[in-house]
Design a protein around this ligand. Structure first.
Ligand SMILES: Cc1ncc(COP(=O)(O)O)c(C=O)c1O
Length: 360
C-alpha cells in the first residue's frame, strides 16, 4: 500500500494511527458485538463514546465550564445561518470579510438582519488581515464575526477583535486544534470537522451559555442551538461516526502528539520550512502579507498558469496530491493540517526544487 501525501484543503488527511484504530474497531467496537456505524445512538455504548469525545474536546481545548459543545450536521455553512438566527438579538451584527467564507457568512446573515461589513480586504485580493484594533465596531452589534483562517487565500488572524461587551464569533474550520486557543475570548466558535478533526459530515459549535435561549420562536428546532445543546446533541440522530472519529483524533492529539502546545510547534515548523523555501528563491511566489500567513494553507504560484498545471500534474505522479489552488485564486495550495507529517513537507520542497530547476 502506498499512501500519498494529500494536501487537500478538506476533506483532508487523517492521522494514519487513527485510521488504523478505526479499522481495527470497524467490525466490533470494544466488546459490543457491533460496529459504531450500526449501533443505536441511544445505546449506553454510544453514549459513552459521545461523552468521552466531549470530555476530550473540553480537555484538549481547555474549554471553560460556561461553554456548551454541540455536534451539528450541515457543515460550517449551516453555521453561517445558525449564528444570526440565534445570536442576532439586536437585529444587527458586525462582519469582517477577509475571504470567500466570511463573505458567504455575511451574505447569509443579511437574510436575518442588518450586517455591517466593518472591514473588507477584497481590495488586496484577500492577501492580508486588517488591523483589528483600528476598526470601528457598531455599538449595537449583537456580535462580531470573523473567519480566523482563510482556507482559500492562505491568511490567518494573529490578533483577535475584542470590542468591549460584544461577543466574538469565529469560524475556525481550518485552524481548530492547530494550536492552543483561549476559548474565553469568544462568544461562539464553530468549525466544519473535515480538515483537522474528522471525516466530513459535521460541524462543532462551542457556545458561551449566556448567549443561548434567545432565538425567536420561529427558528426551526434543527437550527436552534438551545434545542440541540439542551438535548446534548441528541435531539435527533447525531452524526455518530463523525463523533467517534473526532474522539479518535482528539486521543491522538492528547496521547501521541502531547497536546496543543506540541501540535502548534509541529505545525509552525512545517509551515516555516515551506515559507523559508518560498522566500529564498524566485521561481514560486507567495503574495500573502507575511505577518498574516496561514500555517495551515500555504498558497503559491509558479511563473505561468501552464506551469502551475504542469506542476500539479507532475506532483500528483510523485504522490503529492490535491495541490491545485482554489478556482478563485489559481496557482497552488498546500494544506498542511495537523495530520500532514513533516516528511510530507520536506519531500514536497525537494520536488518543488527539482521542478523549479527544470522549468526555471
Ligand atoms: C473556513 C471555512 N469555513 C467554512 C467552510 C465551509 O464548510 P462546509 O463545507 O463544511 O460547509 C469551509 C470549507 O472549506 C472553510 O474552509
Amino acid at each position: 500500500m502506498a499512501r500519498v501525501y494529500n494536501f487537500s484543503a478538506g476533506p483532508s488527511m487523517l492521522p494514519e494511527s487513527v485510521l488504523r484504530s478505526a479499522q481495527a474497531e470497524l467490525l466490533e467496537y470494544g466488546s459490543s458485538g457491533q460496529s459504531v456505524m450500526e449501533m443505536s445512538h441511544r445505546s449506553a455504548v454510544f453514549d459513552d463514546i459521545l461523552q468521552q469525545t466531549k470530555q476530550r474536546l473540553r480537555r484538549v481545548l481547555s474549554i471553560p465550564d460556561n461553554y456548551k459543545i454541540g455536534f451539528i450536521q450541515g457543515g460550517a455553512s449551516t453555521q453561517f445561518a445558525m449564528v444570526p438566527l440565534n445570536l442576532m438579538t439586536t437585529g444587527t451584527a458586525d462582519y469582517i470579510v477577509t475571504g470567500n467564507f466570511s463573505k458567504r457568512a455575511a451574505k447569509e446573515a443579511q437574510k436575518f438582519g442588518t450586517v455591517n461589513v466593518i472591514a473588507n480586504t477584497a481590495d488586496c485580493n484577500y492577501t492580508a488581515i486588517p488591523d483589528v484594533t483600528k476598526l470601528t465596531y457598531s455599538l449595537n452589534a449583537s456580535y462580531v464575526h470573523i473567519c480566523e483562517n482563510n482556507t482559500i487565500f492562505g491568511t490567518r488572524y494573529t490578533h483577535l477583535p475584542q470590542p468591549e461587551g460584544i461577543p466574538l464569533v469565529s469560524d475556525m474550520s481550518s485552524c481548530i486544534l492547530s494550536r492552543p486557543t483561549d476559548v474565553s475570548k469568544y462568544g461562539l466558535i464553530y468549525f466544519g470537522v473535515q480538515k483537522n478533526v474528522a471525516p466530513a459530515g459535521m460541524a462543532i459549535a462551542i457556545v458561551r451559555e449566556d448567549l443561548l435561549g434567545k432565538a425567536p420562536s420561529n427558528v426551526p428546532d434543527m437550527l436552534n442551538y438551545t434545542t440541540l445543546l439542551d438535548a446534548d446533541s441528541m435531539y435527533n440522530t447525531p452524526p455518530c461516526w463523525c463523533i467517534y472519529m473526532t474522539g479518535l483524533v482528539l486521543r491522538w492529539i492528547e496521547e501521541e502528539i502531547g497536546g496543543l502546545e506540541k501540535m502548534e510547534q509541529l505545525n509552525e515548523r512545517k509551515a516555516q520550512l515551506l515559507y523559508d523555501y518560498l522566500d529564498g528563491q524566485d521561481f514560486f511566489k507567495n503574495s500573502v502579507n507575511k505577518p498574516d500567513r496561514s500555517i495551515m494553507n500555504v498558497v503559491f504560484t509558479s511563473p505561468t498558469p501552464e506551469l502551475d498545471a504542469l506542476f500539479c500534474k507532475q506532483a500528483a505522479q510523485q504522490g503529492f496530491v490535491n495541490l491545485k489552488g482554489h478556482r478563485l485564486v489559481g496557482g497552488m495550495r498546500a494544506s498542511i493540517y495537523n495530520a500532514m507529517p513533516e516528511q510530507g513537507v520536506v519531500d514536497l520542497i525537494s520536488f518543488m526544487k527539482e521542478f523549479a530547476a527544470k522549468n526555471g
